[in-house]
Design a protein around this ligand. Structure first.
Ligand code: DQA
Length: 158
């Protein structure tokens, strides 16, 4: 099983930017913790960060046929990007949107996510721990899909 983690613009500045909102953890530390949990859980994980909308669209498209699930924080593009939303819909993979901060308690322009309706679910406002919750959620979703698939295979073979 392979999960791809896609991080949008300015998330490479975590630990430096707005610590009162995003906390002191750097992106590399978050990814190290996710990697440890993935290893323990027996899943492959890949990390990608870009500040460019088109590159994020390309990465989502690359997941088609390569990954089983996507964890994405589209960052500021969440609030504007129909292109990223369409890419998420197009690949039709289980996708969890993460926001470190509680976007519903922030400026009005952050309170709408353009991309979340294309996702399976969202995890919002838990700080960097939200990425861990997303991993737990994704592993659960993927094991349910596998169980369903195995049951269908069993029914065909019977
Ligand atoms: C964010 C929230 C966005 O509004 C913001 O532009 C970000 C980070 C979050 O994780 O809380 O860059 O996605």
């Amino acid at each position: 099983m392979k999960i791809v983690v896609i991080q949008g613009p300015n998330l490479n500045m975590l630990g430096v930017r707005d610590q009162s909102v995003y906390g002191p953890m750097r992106l590399e530390q978050i990814h190290l913790q996710m990697k440890d949990f993935a290893t323990q859980s027996g899943v492959d994980i890949e990390f990608y960060q870009s500040n460019l909308e088109g590159e994020i669209v390309d990465k989502i498209q690359e997941c088609y046929g390569d990954a089983h699930g996507i964890i994405i924080n589209p960052a500021a593009y969440s609030h504007t990007s129909i292109a990223i939303r369409d890419a998420i819909s197009a690949v039709n993979l289980p996708t969890i949107e993460v926001h470190i901060s509680n976007i519903y308690r922030r400026e009005e322009f952050r309170q709408k996510s353009m991309t979340a309706p294309a996702c399976t679910s969202s995890i919002i406002g838990f700080g960097p721990f939200g990425y861990h919750l997303a991993m737990v959620g994704m592993i659960q979703i993927l094991s349910e899909i596998k169980a369903m698939h195995d049951a269908q295979q069993g029914a065909v073979e019977a």
